[in-house]
Write a protein that binds this ligand. Sequence first.
Ligand SMILES: [Zn+2]
Length: 145
Amino acid sequence: MDAANQFVYLPEKTCRYCGTPLPGNSTARRDFCPITYDQNGKPRDCKSAYHREKGKPDRDMLASITANHKAICSRIEYLINTIGQEVTTKDLDTYEINLIECIEAKKLNGQTYWYFIKHVIVNQPFSNLHKIERHDKYTNNGSNA
Ligand SMILES: [Zn+2]
């Protein structure tokens, strides 16, 4: 058997951006049309176009999530400076800190740990009290700056 023919029965590869069948002799890893230039010298680059369109909504979404979490982080810091690290549900409401907006929540020994970027808010069981602690679980640089 000719080693060069072993890929012949693979389905035809098409460009992930525009769907044009890719040249049969293209390298195995190619997913997009090769860059071509029109008569004005303007490049047609499916790979860049694909990533531009695919990436943008994700970037926008991540930017807005990040901005929201940074804002929550500032409000938590402000709450700590104003009230302290033991706060009530009403305090959280006043400062618009919605536990449900946390990055992740964990239950441990009947207490719920609500993780935000740099803080974890712990429900005290059977009360409206919450304890705020700093953590570097995500930043992991050991500083609380
Ligand atoms: Zn293409």
